[in-house]
Ligand binder design. Sequence first.
Ligand SMILES: *Cc1c(COP(=O)(O)O)cnc(C)c1O
Length: 416
Amino acid sequence: MTQLSPPKLDRSQFELLDQNDSLAPMRDKFSLEEGLIYLDGNSLGVLPKATADHVSQVIKRQWGVDLIRSWNSHHWMQKPTQLGHKVGRLIGADVGQTIVCDTTSVNIFKLAAAAIKMRPDRSKLITETGNFATDLYLLQGLAKLLGDHIEVIALPRDEVLQAVDEDTALVLLTHVHFKTGSMWDMASVTQITQAQGALMMWDLSHSVGAMPIELDQNNADLAVGCTYKYLNGGPGAPAFVYVAQRHLSQFEQPLTGWLGHAKPFDFVDDYQGATGIEQAMCGTPAVLGNAALEVALDLMLSADMAQVRRKSQHMGQLFIELIQQRCPWFELGSPTNPEQRGSQVSLTHPQGYAIMQALIARNIVGDFRAPNNLRFGFTPLYLRYVDLWDCVEALVDIMSTESWNQPQFLKQQAVT
Ligand SMILES: *Cc1c(COP(=O)(O)O)cnc(C)c1O
């Protein structure tokens, strides 16, 4: 067994932090099973208590009774715009630039295609190797569709910015890296990209709801993000699209479905895109998904995002400190500087998968990302400081007894 130095921190210090935490009362707004420590809100956020009743109302009353009339009477058709406005408040976007629709994957395709149209003489789409797979795949699919003149260039993180040149149409980066939690400096990266005349698209999937984001202030061009992670919109919740106001007059996305039309209910034969952000829409809104998302957004908007970020950074620091003091078995897979880190910490270990399974068997839920990352997400609205202590306590036990080394933990499941 590895020799451990005596712990300098103890559980009572974490209890005290919870007692003095002004965000602590928010936890009661979420439906969390007794005894569960949930460190995976960066992958699927927890169910807000108010969601079930609201969705049930929408099903029973709006769908069950009012039926087709609800498109008008319950504003089903306006929800993508209304929810876009709410998301906009979380990402520093003034009204009229954000809309909720489709999935992040589909939205990346729309915006990347629109970016190429806005930079017709340029051939390069630049992104990061090891970016979230869908971001890479969508650029690759788009380049294949468009033919030889469009090229996807994926480079290691520290080479991305040097590669941006006068032939670059678009740079697509994920603001907070899904595996390592590393965060790009939005202001400077946007500026470097635009200095070459290229457009900047931010994927905010791992930052929205975890920290204040200022798209307008940072002069972002385009952005997408999903709402089922830190925003707690529910599994498969609709995603969002942001297009800066100054681009809307040239913005043309290729999925020209009827709801992106200037006048969908005229049912004319020829497509004429809406002039506003509504043009980013394609087909019928996901009404039930939107209903769940609205509850979650209202809850998130009731919290002070600067405070959320402070607690998240504090939790990350304490977690790293505990790991460094008590868990010599792991390497840190995330930046140590809280200013360069999102709201998660990754630990690496060759047996990461089995270790995470052993932790999950104790009702402490994080997740695993190949090849060797154990991810721990910090969601300040419902996570307690003691949860960090208890998680590390369990890790110490699992590692020192090697209890992860059992067949039921070693067998890989389909979703990690
Ligand atoms: C989670 C995530 C997505 C998800 O895309 P879906 O279309 O909702 O499956 C996309 N990009 C990043 C960076 C993500 O973290």
